[in-house]
Design a protein around this ligand. Structure first.
Ligand SMILES: [Zn+2]
Length: 402
């Protein structure tokens, strides 16, 4: 079966001065429309417990354009403005469904500015992309090819904190599933290594992370020395943003290669539902986990498994993956994070992470065979600490070998 999926392809581009000015103006208008509509909705909601719909916001926008002080809104393409109202609608839908916080105002200082163009507001012909209100096509660096024959449905233009311009093209694409395999793998999010596979393979954090971090620290020190409001400070701020952007790019690239390989080699991939937020509370883990980009990895696994017809099983973080002996099923009483290898009362010697990854795989396969995943527990029982207490313990001592 061929799966129809939406994929986004993001490229860097270099606007002419004219295009940059047009886009900056558009970003400003998008922000203004979003904030103004949010303000009206807020007034209606908190003042009168009344909800304003997208259609009402859209009608208001038409009125704003007719006023003298907001007439400039007609100078940019109307589509990104409409899209801003749609995004606001979505933000409120999430809020009302209790899935998200109350929508926030967009600040001029926000690091990323963007505008979204739907089909009527751009042309895509012979591999050239031209936006509404622009005479010339964008100078896009096609770093990878768009799949043959696809038509972009939405184009998002953005500028990041480092002043780099990007265009993201959303396309509907047909992906053939990857060749079938019976292999299955469990993944343990690591501390000393990024990921440990149930096969015993350990994937280290990319080497460049450390160097990049040093570079970042240096740039941040420079920034803190510059006088507020000075041109040099602005330059230093850009440099910090550039280092951040570079780290994010390299990490994404690394994770992408890793997940592609895992997904191609395995039919079933099992991971633990580690809420990053929970882990971050544990100070010592914070840096390792954020560097490890576990959440990024999970997100990539989620969509790549869909694309290639694989199964991703997410098991509960409550599951004692590290402390459970994969050989006899005994749960060790205590296993401090610094213990990398331990011996069970049954005599089995475990590498902490490999054992955890194998247990995760076993739990995932069991859950998958039952036809339902191991669901996350209630928030209150999620922390590792409480699971130690609640876990029935068949042996009192797992004797760690230091
Ligand atoms: Zn054992």
């Amino acid at each position: 079966m061929v799966e129809q999926v939406k994929r986004a392809f993001k490229y860097r581009f270099y606007p002419t001065d004219e295009q940059a000015a047009e886009l900056s103006r558009t970003f400003g208008c998008v922000r203004l429309v979003y904030n103004k509509a949010l303000e009206e909705r807020t007034r209606a909601w908190y003042g009168e417990q009344r909800r304003i719909s997208y259609v009402q916001s859209s009608a208001a926008l038409t009125q704003w354009k007719k006023t003298e002080e907001l007439a400039f809104l007609t100078e940019v393409s109307s589509v990104p403005l409409q899209q801003a109202l749609r995004h606001l609608q979505t933000a409120f839908a999430h809020f009302f469904a209790k899935r998200a916080q109350y929508p926030r105002f967009k600040s001029r200082k926000e690091s990323r500015a963007s505008a979204e163009y739907t089909r009527s507001a751009f042309t895509w012909r012979d591999g050239r992309l031209t936006l509404a209100k622009m005479a010339e096509s964008l100078d896009v660096r096609w770093s990878r090819l768009l799949p043959e024959g696809v038509e972009p449905t939405t184009v998002t233009v953005s500028r990041d904190a480092a002043g780099r311009w990007f265009v993201s093209m959303l396309v509907e694409d047909a992906i053939a599933p990857a060749p079938a395999t019976h292999a299955a793998v469990g993944l343990d999010a690591g501390i000393t290594s990024l990921v440990t596979l149930s096969t015993g393979e350990k994937i280290a954090n990319p080497r460049h992370e450390r160097r990049d971090r040093a570079r970042l620290a240096r740039a941040q020190r420079e920034l803190s020395r510059k006088a507020k409001g000075s041109a040099n400070r602005e330059k230093a701020r850009r440099r910090v943003a550039k280092v951040h952007a570079r780290i994010a790019d390299r990490r994404r690239d690394f994770l992408h290669k890793l997940t592609s390989r895992i997904v191609h080699e395995n039919q079933v991939v099992v991971i633990e539902d580690l809420t990053v937020r929970n882990l971050l509370k544990n100070g010592a883990l914070a840096r390792a986990i954020s560097d490890a980009s576990w959440s990024g990895l999970r997100m990539m696994l989620e969509y790549e498994c869909v694309w290639y017809g694989r199964e991703l099983v997410v098991i509960d973080s409550f599951f004692p993956s590290s402390k459970l002996c994969g050989s006899c099923g005994t749960v060790a009483a205590k296993l401090p994070l610094n213990v990398r290898e331990w011996t069970c009362t049954c005599g089995a010697v475990h590498d902490r992470d490999v054992n955890a990854a194998r247990n995760i795989l076993a739990a995932g396969l069991a859950a998958s065979a039952c036809g339902d995943g191991v669901r996350p527990q209630r928030e209150s029982s999620r922390t590792g600490r409480s699971s130690v207490k609640q876990e029935p313990q068949r042996a009192t001592a797992g004797i760690p070998r230091l």
